[in-house]
Write a new protein. Structure first.
Length: 184
């Protein structure tokens, strides 16, 4: 009896999370995604000196302008992005993930990944996408790192910036996130 109630609870929570994510996960058309991605990148570069410096040196920048995340014990996230290379849209990707643990909330955010080496960029496609935390080294730039960042300290494969955070998501849990190339 108790086991059945627990199973029903998790099924209900999973359904709520799926509904939250599907409402925000509707795919944008190619032109709209490119426009939102370029606007997000331009805004980040205008507001953040480290991002501006990295953009001049990066071989490519992958921008996810709008990632939606929701969870209540079981959670998920999804977003689509554009890989910019030489000022042009070179490819399209999605990011998705699931999490489990003590968590609750809904959040939207964007993030940009500045690929500093061809080898890091090649790893993105040669592995059929990669999981964040596995593969090339990724440094998430926060204000502390942004202050100490100089042209001589750029040695990592990928630098990531999180921006435009809205909503509230709190908790502790196990999370996985994968970036995969898509056709638009």
């Amino acid at each position: 009896m108790l086991f059945q109630q627990v199973v029903r609870f998790f099924v209900l929570i999973s359904a709520v999370v799926a509904l939250c994510l599907s409402a925000g996960a509707r795919a944008e058309d190619r032109a709209t995604l490119e426009r939102h991605s370029q606007q997000a990148l331009n805004s980040l570069i205008a507001q953040n000196a480290s991002a501006r410096d990295l953009s001049k040196r990066a071989v490519a920048v992958l921008v996810f302008p709008d990632v939606k995340k929701a969870g209540l014990i079981v959670g998920g996230q999804f977003g689509e992005g554009v890989l910019w290379r030489g000022g042009k849209a070179a490819a399209y990707y999605n990011t998705g993930g699931a999490s489990y643990g003590f968590q609750a909330g809904v959040q939207e955010y964007g993030y940009a990944m500045f690929f500093m080496k061809e080898s890091a960029l090649n790893a993105l496609d040669s592995t059929q996408g990669f999981e964040v935390g596995v593969g090339p080294s990724i440094v998430v730039m926060d204000q502390g790192k942004g202050v100490t960042h100089t042209t001589t300290t750029i040695q990592d494969d990928i630098y990531a910036f999180i921006f435009n955070q809205k909503g509230l998501m709190a908790g502790v849990g196990i999370q996985g996130n994968k970036i995969t190339k898509i056709t638009k």
